[in-house]
Design a protein around this ligand. Structure first.
Ligand SMILES: *Cc1c(COP(=O)(O)O)cnc(C)c1O
Length: 311
């Protein structure tokens, strides 16, 4: 089958059963493999960003966004924009002086895709976006700023569409998903509501505490036409914050790889740690789904940095 790049939002999600792991933890288990989309370094950012770019007015020739040096959002946008002939500027946070091997590789990829970037402290992101937009505008560019993590209405709706396609065929009682900005969880949550399902969508925080994390999930569901939801946003597996890990997350990542399931400690390992822990505590329903959001680069990047610091 021949496809064009802009058909990414129409891709049917890949759903598989994970019988072995399901038997281990005591449930029927399905996985949605957003990590296997036909896109380089795939993950949940592919659907969100494809929808965002599809929705741009034709005069836009430049996109600006922000994220960490090693951000999947920035990386996916750089690749996708290159394939569409759009110019990209990335406002990155991190310390430019002390790059790990993984971060160095991340910047090399952005550069390879023709993206420009600046790196600085997180506190200056707003100012740096503003000056990038002004500078590009002065050079005659038609600029669109994409919210960090593609936490946007288009992004949430694209995820809702995918989740509706999945849930129309396979109904489950619980869905586990790694939740950051909340657009992915909000889209899935909106799908369950709009299909009239009582499925519990368990967002496993990768960064924020629940007092800060639940609101943006609710916003994302509202963008999908489902206001006033009460998101389940669990912050017990965040290991203290973004990019941090602990032994139960490391064990979850290991458990996944031993079954041929690629996981990473920054995102999917936290969701898997929650799934395993719910299993141990007898909290799993009969029919459970794991929404796999990607993150393979994050695992590799972490390994590069570990071996780099040991040599
Ligand atoms: C960005 C990201 C998430 C979080 O998605 P949100 O929509 O921001 O909540 C989860 N997993 C991976 C691998 C990601 O890159």
């Amino acid at each position: 089958m021949v496809t064009s790049g802009d058909s990414l939002t129409r891709l049917t999600p890949i759903v598989e059963t994970w019988d072995k792991l399901g038997a281990q933890i005591g449930c029927q288990l399905w996985a949605v493999r957003e990590d296997l989309l036909p896109f380089p370094l795939p993950g949940n950012k592919v659907r969100k960003l494809a929808a965002e770019l599809d929705g741009l007015p034709p005069e836009v020739d430049t996109v600006v966004t922000n994220g960490a040096v090693d951000s999947n959002h920035c990386r996916t946008l750089a690749i996708m924009a290159a394939s569409r002939g759009l110019r990209v500027h990335l406002v990155l946070h991190g310390s430019a002086g002390a790059l790990s091997a993984g971060q160095g590789a991340a910047l090399a990829l952005l550069e390879g895709c023709g993206a420009s970037w600046d790196v600085g402290p997180a506190q200056s992101i707003g100012d740096r976006i503003q000056s990038a937009v002004q500078d590009l505008g002065n050079r005659g560019c038609q600029v669109h700023v994409v919210a960090g993590g593609c936490h946007t209405p288009q992004g949430a709706r694209a995820t809702m569409k995918a989740a509706k396609a999945v849930l129309a065929e396979t109904t489950v009682d619980q869905i586990f998903v790694a939740s950051g900005t909340g657009a992915t969880q909000g889209g899935i949550l909106a799908a369950t509501h709009s299909l009239g399902l009582s499925t519990q969508v368990i967002g496993v925080s990768v960064a924020r505490t629940s007092d800060r994390g639940a609101g943006p999930v609710r916003d994302a569901a509202a963008w999908c036409g489902v206001p006033n939801t009460e998101p389940v946003f669990v912050d017990d597996y965040r290991a203290g914050g973004y990019g941090l890990s602990n032994s139960s997350i490391d064990l979850a990542v290991e458990t996944g790889w031993q079954l041929g399931i690629p996981l990473d400690p920054t995102y999917t390992g936290k969701a898997m740690a929650a799934l395993l822990d719910y299993g141990k505590k007898g909290l799993l329903a009969d029919r459970v789904m794991f929404w796999h959001t990607g993150g393979l680069w994050n695992w590799i990047s972490g390994q590069l940095s570990i071996s780099g610091s040991q040599s």
